[in-house]
Design a protein around this ligand. Structure first.
Ligand code: KG4
Ligand code: ZN
Length: 352
């Protein structure tokens, strides 16, 4: 048997925009390693991510996580063809740790460096599971910091925002509601689990920006702040009445309100563009109800839903490597070695 060297690029991706130190290694669209070290437990008692704590944790986790990824992939660092790193958006100090590590690797190994957009990487990661992205496709990005609908012509350079949240992000709403229900942090996974034993129709919570008047100005935008307040008021009223709070019902009804609006608007955006494939990415895409509801409603319209497995939805290095690999495959010019970390990098700026 003759073993042919693969012509596809071997790319190492580094993700440090929030509280996950992620190192991914991919060859083309094949995932070879996805090592993640999370500092989430260090933030739990504060009810949210503490930037300084996250930065320090990235620093400590960086080298061991790179070593773990290389071991899993069965490669040596010198085998890598390119380094990709999240340049933004995210927490400034946290991003800096990843960008500095990526520059050190790029210089030490004499390999090209690609500073990529975190949000675009959440879309690109789906290629590792479902193959090349259709062009164009509609992407819905729902995470702790973002909720947006994007028209993606080319994930390495042509991403047009169609709508976004005007207040809280979807993941933020999950985190805040979990906190007021005393369920802990991060809120998404625990609400998802708690909702299983509750009724999604027990409480009719508001669907933000869905009235006819709202749709005139905010057809593809989201708002979750009113929903969070509605949940808080409902729980307070219940507590005042002395009756126990039916936590599972509140969780399930709240989750239904979020998922209903997300799916409705994503399908509307895709239909309005004549697009029949939707990619859902970001931490909230791990939500079990969102996945089922999107699939159910989309299939009736002949629209295909692509959602990566939950581990690829939350922050990880594989997504960064996936986007970096696409940059190499498309011959994009690498980033300069004085690449800055940009905490508010817009989604239209895919390669820094
Ligand atoms: O993409 P991500 O890991 O980090 C950011 O870039 O923000 O998303 C984290 C967010 C958190 O708000 C978390 O509560 C939410 O994703 N999340 C979920 C689920 N798993 C994580 N939300 C709903 N259901 C889940 N199963
Ligand atoms: Zn993210």
């Amino acid at each position: 048997m003759v073993l042919m060297a693969s012509s596809e690029p071997l790319v190492l991706g580094i993700e440090t925009s929030c509280d996950e130190t992620g190192i991914g290694i991919v060859r083309g669209h094949s995932l070879l390693a996805d090592a993640v070290a999370s500092s989430v437990e260090e933030h739990a008692r504060f009810g949210g991510v503490v930037p300084e704590v996250a930065s320090r944790a990235h620093l400590e986790a960086m080298v061991p996580t790179i070593e773990r990824a290389c071991d899993t992939a069965g490669i040596a660092l010198r085998d890598v063809d390119a380094i990709a790193v999240t340049a933004g958006p995210g927490l400034a100090g946290a991003l800096l740790v990843g960008v500095a590590a990526a520059k050190a690797l790029a210089i030490g190994l004499d390999k090209p460096l690609y500073g990529v957009n975190h949000l675009a990487a959440h879309v690109a990661v789906d290629q590792l599971q479902h193959g090349a992205l259709p062009e164009p496709c509609l992407a819905m990005l729902v995470s702790g910091g973002h909720s947006s609908l994007l028209r993606v012509g080319d994930v390495t350079g042509d991403i047009q925002p169609m709508g976004a949240t005007i207040d809280d992000a979807a993941g933020e709403a999950f985190d805040k509601v979990a906190r007021l229900l005393g369920l802990g942090f991060p809120g998404g996974p625990v609400i998802d689990r708690t909702a299983v034993s509750g009724s999604s129709i027990a409480i009719d919570f508001p669907r933000g920006l869905t009235t006819r008047k709202d749709l005139e100005r905010h057809r593809f935008d989201f708002s979750f702040s009113g929903l969070k307040t509605a949940v808080a008021r409902w729980v307070e009223a219940r507590e005042r009445s002395g009756e126990p709070v039916p936590v599972a019902d509140v969780a399930a009804s709240f989750q239904e309100a979020v998922c209903d609006v997300l799916v409705r608007k994503a399908l509307d955006a895709a239909s309005s563009e004549g697009i029949d494939e939707i990619v859902i990415g970001g931490g909230v895409a791990a939500n079990s109800r969102l996945r089922v509801l999107a699939e159910e409603r989309a299939s009736k319209l002949g629209i295909r839903i692509r959602v990566p497995r939950p581990g690829l939805c939350t922050d990880n290095g594989a997504m960064v490597a996936a986007l970096g690999s696409e940059m190499v495959a498309r011959g994009r010019t690498p980033s300069a070695l004085d690449l800055p970390a940009d905490s508010s990098q817009p989604v239209t700026h895919v390669l820094a």
